[in-house]
Design a protein around this ligand. Structure first.
Ligand SMILES: Nc1nc2c(c(=O)[nH]1)N[C@H]1C(S)=C(S)[C@@H](COP(=O)(O)O)O[C@H]1N2
Ligand SMILES: [Mo]
Length: 500
């Protein structure tokens, strides 16, 4: 006897594999599993998404997909237990599962008939495997004895397992997405942009062992977005449409952008979800075209105060027009650290605006600009409880020492940031003692973080180190703890150190 629960789980796995395979054969942009996972992400409230991202970081993406598969297999197990005693429930369960999957597929920006077909194939395989593994009546039970039945059952189950594995593997091999990704990687590597890799500004990197490098490599640059698989966009087909409260609609191509000539700017990008002491912040040089030039060409109509930007995969972002037109290096960037944007960081074109958290400024894979008003439009994270406006909060972090050190001269070092305002001073204190001023690294502008260093004459025992920054507006960081939701964390970063 096969356990109905096991049979149902197996049938669900086979159904998922079959839908993957169908998606691959049809060359779909997204399989049903991916569409369901994306829909789950979209429907998750910010207050729940945030702690998850905080706890698992970039592993949120594979975790979401694995969760969807696990939930589907569990639901399949439930349907399996209904199959014999309650066939109507079981069929209704399958219809609901296929219906939900179809709804998820159709709610995506690239929902298609092919996606619906993949869902239906999955449903058919689910029913087919259940019927195969859990036949309604077993004459064999009485005629040939349980041993033969068991052998036949094992063969059937084995066949389904193999078929599932084959379908799944074939799906992977056929995945047109992988091919497209390879093609795009090749195309990107061959792109020649009128920019080059800049040297790190002299004196910016203090080079203390364990301190975050002043310049972040593209590989180490933090990554945050809602895309389970990044959009794959051929620059030749990329367009930015500017519309809404403008004098004239404008459409820009990639070549238009590059032909304008590229400006370089060092900018530190920071996520609003960065907790006190966190590392969702990175610094590099971006190359692009001022956003203001494009807005000027379209002509902003009076009364507009927001740019609502949308990415190819439907994520939205609301940026105050004032911070795009006040002369700061707000740009449509095509390069990062001297090379075309990495696919995960927005290839071929993204926004970068110094002084604003990423969720209100840094749209990757951007394809649409609508000039509008804050009282008329709400962007993705604002709909989920985050503030409509997100200026970066002045902050500082201790990178070293961590944990333990030996008595004597101990270098204490880290980074501090107040993008577009600038850092005036960084101070450290030990065990609630007096604040001691740290040495600062040199910076090319107020738009980047600053490295700091302070030498501590450490005595044996347990100590607590804390840091605070004062920005060039005269504001000193508050000790008051605030959560990252709704508009960024506050509070001093402190570390506990044991001195031997
Ligand atoms: N298309 C798109 N752009 C996006 C996001 C997103 O989810 N989708 N996330 C934003 C957020 S919250 C941040 S912090 C930055 C992070 O940019 P990075 O991944 O290049 O570091 O991208 C922004 N741009
Ligand atoms: Mo973010």
């Amino acid at each position: 006897m096969t356990s109905p629960r096991l049979a149902g789980a197996l049938a669900a796995a086979a159904a998922l594999a079959a839908s993957q395979l169908t998606a691959a054969v049809l060359g779909l942009r997204e399989s049903p599993v991916l569409a369901i996972a994306q829909t789950a992400i979209r429907l998750t409230p910010g207050g729940i998404a945030e702690p998850i991202i905080g706890a698992v970081g970039t592993a949120d993406k594979p975790l979401t997909i694995v969760s969807v598969v696990v939930v589907m297999v569990l639901l399949g197990a439930i349907v399996g237990t209904w199959w014999r005693p309650h066939p109507t429930w079981a069929v209704a369960g399958v219809v609901v599962l296929v219906g939900l999957a179809t709804a998820a597929v159709l709610s995506r920006p690239y929902g298609s008939v092919g996606g619906v077909v993949a869902c239906l194939v999955g449903g058919a395989v689910l029913v087919g495997v259940l019927a195969l593994v859990l036949p309604e009546s077993s004459h064999d039970d009485t005629e040939k004895g349980p041993a033969v039945t068991r052998r036949r059952m094992l063969t059937t189950v084995g066949a389904v397992v193999v078929a599932t594995a084959v379908a799944g593997t074939a799906g992977e091999l056929l995945a047109s997405r992988r091919r497209r990704r390879r093609d795009l990687d090749g195309l990107r590597a061959a792109l020649r942009l009128p920019t080059r890799r800049r040297p790190t500004p002299a004196g910016a990197d203090l080079g203390v062992d364990g301190q975050a490098p002043w310049r972040t490599s593209n590989r180490a640059f933090y990554r945050i977005d809602t895309a389970l698989s990044p959009p794959l966009i051929d620059p030749a087909g990329w367009r930015l449409r500017i519309h809404g409260m403008v004098e004239r609609e404008v459409t820009i191509t990639y070549q238009d952008l590059v032909d304008r000539g590229l400006n370089d700017a060092w900018v530190t990008l920071c996520c609003v979800s960065n907790p006190v002491g966190g590392d969702l912040i990175s610094n590099t040089v971006f190359s692009g075209v001022p956003m203001r030039d494009l807005l000027d060409e379209a002509g902003i109509r009076p009364g507009a105060d927001m740019l609502l930007s949308t990415s190819e995969d439907g994520w939205t972002c609301g940026t105050p027009l004032s911070s795009l037109t006040d002369g700061r290096d707000a740009m449509l960037a095509v390069a990062m650290d001297g090379v075309p944007l990495p696919v995960e960081h927005g290839f071929p074109v993204r926004q970068v605006v110094p002084g604003l958290y990423g969720y209100v400024s840094a749209t990757k894979w951007v394809t649409d600009w609508r000039v509008t008003r804050f009282d008329e439009a709400e962007a993705y994270w604002t709909q989920r409880g985050w503030a409509a406006r997100g200026p970066v909060k002045t902050h500082s972090r201790i990178d070293v020492p961590r944990g333990r050190a030996t008595a004597g001269a101990v270098p204490v070092a880290g980074v501090a940031w107040a993008q577009h305002t600038g850092i005036a001073k960084v101070e450290v204190r030990v065990d609630d003692g007096a604040w001691q001023e740290a040495e600062l690294g040199a910076v090319p502008s107020d738009d980047t973080w600053v490295q700091w260093r302070w030498e501590w004459d450490a005595r044996p025992g347990d100590h607590r180190l804390e840091v605070r920054a004062t920005d060039k507006s005269g504001y000193a960081q508050t000790s008051e703890r605030a959560d990252v939701l709704p508009d960024g964390a506050t509070g001093y970063h402190g570390v506990d150190i044991s001195i031997a």
